[in-house]
Design a binder for this molecule. Structure first.
Ligand SMILES: C[S@@+](CC[C@H](N)C(=O)[O-])C[C@H]1O[C@@H](n2cnc3c(N)ncnc32)[C@H](O)[C@@H]1O
Length: 241
């Protein structure tokens, strides 16, 4: 029912419903963006997942995300945190900002971080090339202060995308979860969850930094890959990023 240091194949809502209240310290995740092949430009059409279509109506998608956010809220410890990666999408002239649905969840939005993905190359001239995504620091109550070294960082993170995990179209760089785990947990123990774990990037960072982890993904192919990645990780005691 609730096993740590495991990666589970399944729908994250169904899986999380079996978790007890207030058992998780930190959640770091990036859901599918409901791209429907058009948000953000042509390149997004390359984001095709193994067994998930990512093509809900926008209304259903936002309802689903609010449900997922509220389930995460339930299983987070009172002083826990969720770091939720999303982006501003453009659909036929409408801007769809993640804040539109985030404010409908139970969470307090503690901070919006701009992630500069540091990529170049425009493919269409409709808009300036979007290279930013957002990471929302969401909490249940005022959090404790950041681990000292991290407090000097700004709310703009320049972290280059990684391209080595070809099995998956939307992997985030391991430096994102490493930075978050370092800043929030520091040397403390804790359980780090990623309910849309894909190739297991969050879990790899957690294991490397000596934390417990749980990953969930709907694709057994991605879960298999995540497990292989995790086998190759040697936990190190702790290091500041
Ligand atoms: C943006 S990707 C996450 C990538 C991950 N951060 C990484 O670095 O590999 C979103 C993931 O959500 C998964 N997914 C889609 N629907 C899901 C669901 N209902 N429950 C769990 N995972 C789901 C997809 O298979 C995909 O791997």
């Amino acid at each position: 029912m609730f096993k740590i240091n495991d990666v589970i194949v399944g729908d994250c809502l169904n899986v999380m419903r079996n978790f007890p209240d207030e058992c998780i310290d930190l959640v770091i995740t990036s859901p599918p963006y409901n791209k429907k092949g058009k948000h953000g430009g042509k390149l997004v059409e390359k984001v095709i997942y193994d067994n998930y279509g990512d093509d809900m109506s926008e209304e259903d998608y936002q309802k689903w995300q609010i449900e997922v956010l509220n389930e995460i809220y339930r299983i987070l410890k009172p002083n826990g945190a969720l770091f939720y990666n999303h982006k501003v999408r453009y659909d036929d002239g409408n801007m769809i900002h993640p804040v539109i649905f985030l404010v409908k969840s139970k969470f307090i939005i503690w901070q919006e971080i701009i992630w500069n993905r540091a990529i170049t190359g425009n493919i269409r001239g409709w808009r300036f090339w979007n290279i930013d995504e957002r990471i929302y620091w969401l909490v249940k109550q005022k959090p404790k202060e950041l681990i000292q070294n991290y407090a000097q960082m700004t709310s703009i993170w320049n972290i280059r995308v990684e391209t080595e995990h070809k099995i998956h179209p939307a992997v985030f760089p391991v430096d994102i979860p490493k930075r978050i785990i370092g800043a929030i947990l520091g040397e403390e123990k804790g359980i780090v969850l990623d309910p849309f774990c894909g190739t297991g990037t969050t879990l790899v960072a957690a294991k490397e930094m000596g934390k417990d982890y749980i990953g969930i993904d709907i694709s057994d192919k991605y879960v298999g890959y995540a497990k292989k990645r995790l086998q190759e990780v040697d936990p190190i005691l702790f290091w500041y990023y």
